[in-house]
Design a protein around this ligand. Structure first.
Ligand SMILES: Nc1ncnc2c1ncn2[C@@H]1O[C@H](COP(=O)(O)OP(=O)(O)OP(=O)(O)O)[C@@H](O)[C@H]1O
Ligand SMILES: [Mg+2]
Length: 427
């Protein structure tokens, strides 16, 4: 928005005081918002121009010492004054030749006397409007320039902040990376330590178990049967401890990436028989019936890591038995399509306490026991399912689960359908 303008400064130059007076009077009468300064000679005009900011000069030509043309030339030659519009106003120099000279010096106009008042006023007004517009324009430009500078400053500051932020993020990322690497290597070190420790623990534990069995046999032979219940407790606890150590060893090896598969050819029916014989007494000890169904098509000679498969089946049956009383635990072996592939499927079902869908989503995680009170009630460390799942995946399969709380649970172990023949050469 244009600001209210300051009065414009008009310098009138004439060696005749009367002329100055009448011109001054005219301007004051007809033109608003101007301030008129008078000079009676070219020198006086130049003096005023040095000290004041003048917007328009009305210059007489015929003057003693320094005439209007000479004065105008000096005004034009000075940097400070060269752009001020000059209007010549003359009574004597009316010919075209002088007019030409005046315009050549750079006059904005060349008017003659006697003064044609309307013409002079209208011209002065035109110049003043033009000057005012120029002033406003230059103010506007300055303002614009100022805004551009401010904006540039803001952008530079934003840019600096952004660069700083990027740097901070990079620093955090690199710290996170280092922390992650440290954590990973610490985890690996922990897994290696546990693997070594578990291995070292097994040796004395096996000795304890072996010697306890020998003492038990000796007690039977020597008729010292009163020691048998205590010895059996020692052996049971030793076996339990060995199972735990074995689980920890398995987990450590899996985490350290050191678990290795040892696939071999084996008779599936033999494995099933062995697993059933091992688990039957335990399953039935809590009033459960144990049902086994094997699809003849699924049995036969297979190629897989039989030790790990045995461990999976024992753990799933152990769970089924642990969480079911006076119900049914079943093991079904069959060939089925899974993910549009033919698979060997081991289905372990129970009619026990079951799991909610939320509990199922937390299964297969390290040390996860669905309900911490169940740890006290049922025992266990929460490693069995993790190990089983990892083993199944290592063998190219997986484990799925379906359950209804209070009704029972079914785990399915899916393994690739690999009959002996196709692997005979690599066996
Ligand atoms: N058949 C099942 N019925 C109900 N809950 C089960 C069943 N199988 C597993 N769970 C739940 O999943 C948890 C984890 O099972 P997992 O076999 O991993 O550990 P665990 O049996 O508690 O201990 P571990 O097997 O190491 O001795 C169990 O504690 C139990 O809460
Ligand atoms: Mg278990």
């Amino acid at each position: 928005m244009p600001k209210p303008t300051e009065p414009l400064q008009i310098l009138i130059v004439d060696d005749h005081k009367n002329n100055l007076l009448s011109l001054h009077g005219l301007i004051d009468e007809y033109i608003d918002n101007v301030n008129v300064l008078e000079a009676e000679s070219g020198i006086a005009a130049l003096n005023i121009l040095m000290k004041k900011e003048i917007d328009l000069i009305i210059l007489d030509i015929q003057m003693p010492d320094m005439d209007g043309f000479e004065t105008a030339e000096i005004i034009r030659s000075r940097k400070k004054t060269q752009r001020i519009p000059i209007v010549f106003l003359t009574a004597a120099y009316k010919s075209d030749e002088f007019k030409k000279r005046g315009y050549a010096i750079g006059a904005a106009d060349y008017l003659t006397k006697p003064i044609d008042t309307p013409q002079l006023i209208s011209k002065i007004n035109t110049y003043l409007r033009f000057i005012q517009q120029e002033q406003q324009h230059s103010e506007y430009e300055q303002e614009l320039e100022h805004k551009v500078q401010e904006r540039t400053k803001e952008l530079l500051e934003l840019n600096r902040q952004l660069t700083q932020e990027i740097q901070e993020r990079k620093d955090i990322e690199s710290k996170l990376k280092t922390a992650k690497e440290t954590a990973e290597s610490a985890n690996l070190a922990k897994s290696r330590f546990l693997a070594t420790m578990s291995h070292e623990l097994r040796t004395p534990l096996n000795a304890i178990l072996g010697y306890s069995e020998m003492v038990k046999e000796a007690a039977v032979e020597s008729g010292a049967e009163e020691f048998l219940p205590d010895l059996e407790k020692v052996i049971a606890s030793g076996k339990h401890l060995l199972a735990l150590v074995n689980d920890v060893l398995d987990i450590s090896k899996i985490e350290a990436g050191e678990m290795i598969l040892y696939p071999e050819n084996f008779q599936l029916s033999e494995l099933i028989k062995e697993v059933v014989n091992t688990m039957q007494p335990y399953i039935e000890s809590t009033g459960n019936s144990f049902q086994v169904h094997c699809d003849p098509d699924a049995l036969g000679e297979r190629y897989a890591d039989v030790t790990k498969l045995r461990q999976i089946l024992l753990n799933l049956l152990d769970n089924a038995a642990k969480f079911t009383t006076h119900g049914t635990v079943s093991l079904t072996v069959l060939r089925r399509l899974h993910d549009s592939q033919s698979r060997l499927c081991f289905q372990i079902s129970d009619t026990g306490i079951g799991l909610t869908s939320e509990q199922i989503s937390n299964l297969f995680q390290l040390f996860t026991q669905i309900d911490s009170s169940s740890t006290r009630k049922y025992g266990g460390t929460g490693l069995g399912l993790v190990i089983s799942k990892q083993f199944a995946e290592m063998m190219g399969g997986n484990i799925t689960v379906q359950s209804t709380p209070g009704r029972g649970t079914t785990f399915c172990v899916w393994l690739p359908w690999v009959p002996k023949s196709s692997q005979a050469s690599t066996a």
